[in-house]
Design a binder for this molecule. Structure first.
Ligand code: ATP
Ligand code: MG
Length: 332
């Protein structure tokens, strides 16, 4: 038995902290003489596990994600507010980008939350998605590199976008302005593997533009009461867009967010969603996590804000599932 375990074999609190201090984690040179992983068996500790998770995120070259056979354009939509659209868009984008995939985020919400979380400037006057919709600027010129990864870019949303739902009404091809902008030569040259579009909490013209421009819809569903209310309306709208404007659109992915395993309700919502959507609902669920909600306040995704956290790992796992499913579909 280890000399610092008690009679019952449990590692004491004091032992845990000393032993953790003495561990050598990959990529660090920390260590107390005489207490290294080679000469002491400390068993499992939460800090060890977190450090190992952080290492996985910080050294993504040890993992690799397949590059999609064709560019995937995914609209993240749910007209219900606060269900995790933006959080999922930016963290999935970061999860894909840290593996070297080329990712472009389009912030199509006048709130500009995705731009904030990706640390991209979006004060009034900076080139933004508003001018792109108006045809006054290209996606390339409006896109800014995110601080989160060199292969992650974002076309920000400024406050100008707030009036665009009304301005678009009188425009030619008002539902396909974003599609036209993404079908351009400059986007070909940027060669993004993934384009993720963050929608506002409404089913107005901005969301319709996102649905017309995309191949896939990802619906985040919060594991809470009323989660499924209003979903029928979203599905109707998607069907309308499919039948009139974009026949190739399909709901490829449903992501359960803010899952709290302590509540029965979360499990009920999860099983209802799985019953309805089948395996389009990702196996990975995103837990309710303080770290996830804190990250945007620092202009970061949770993957860089706290790489070892459960929230970070869950988004990394969800990104992997999304990337690997595409391969399954292509080869099926
Ligand atoms: P809106 O409809 O306003 O655009 P949204 O659907 O984009 O909202 P988010 O902004 O991503 O939703 O999330 C709503 C709030 O919940 C935010 O404060 C966010 O930080 C928080 N949040 C999102 N996901 C989680 C999570 N897994 N755990 C804890 N908090 C979360
Ligand atoms: Mg949002």
């Amino acid at each position: 038995m280890n000399r610092e375990t008690d009679e019952t074999g449990r590692v004491s609190r004091e032992t845990k902290s000393r032993a953790v201090g003495g561990m050598r984690f990959p990529g660090t040179s920390e260590g107390d003489a005489g207490l290294s992983s080679e000469n002491i068996d400390i068993g499992w500790t939460p800090i060890m596990e977190e450090a190992q998770r952080a290492t996985r995120v910080l050294h993504p070259e040890t993992l690799d994600l397949p590059r999609p056979a064709q560019r995937r354009i995914i609209t993240v939509a749910n007209q219900k507010g606060g269900v995790g659209k933006t959080t999922s868009t930016v963290n999935l984008a970061a999860g894909l980008a840290i593996h070297g995939l080329n990712v472009l985020v389009i912030d199509l919400d006048p709130q500009g939350n995705a731009s904030t979380a990706l640390g991209v400037e979006h004060r009034a006057g900076v080139p933004s998605v508003y001018e792109v919709l108006l045809g006054e600027n290209t996606v390339h010129d409006a896109a800014a590199q995110s601080q989160q990864a060199t292969t992650l870019h974002c076309v920000p949303a400024t406050i100008d976008l707030a009036g665009s739902e009304i301005e678009l009404v009188t425009m030619v091809a008002r539902e396909s302005r974003l599609k036209q902008a993404l079908d351009s030569k400059v986007v070909e040259e940027m060669a993004p593997d993934y384009i993720l579009i963050d929608c506002p909490p409404s089913l107005g013209l901005l969301t319709v533009n996102a649905l017309v421009a995309a191949h896939e819809v990802l619906i985040p569903i919060q594991c809470e009461y009323y989660a499924l209310e209003g979903l029928g309306q979203l599905l109707n709208n998607i069907e309308l867009v499919q039948s009139h404007l974009n026949p190739s659109l399909w709901i490829s992915t449903v992501l359960l967010t803010m899952y709290d395993g302590r509540t029965k309700l979360a499990d009920q919502v999860a099983s209802e969603v799985r019953d309805y959507f089948g395996d389009r609902a990702l196996r990975t669920v995103i837990p309710r996590s303080v770290k996830i909600s804190e990250a945007p306040g620092f202009g970061q995704t949770v993957l860089s804000y706290d790489p070892g956290s459960r929230g970070s790992m869950s988004y990394l796992d969800a990104a992997r599932e999304i990337a690997e499913r595409d391969v399954t579909k292509e080869t099926a």
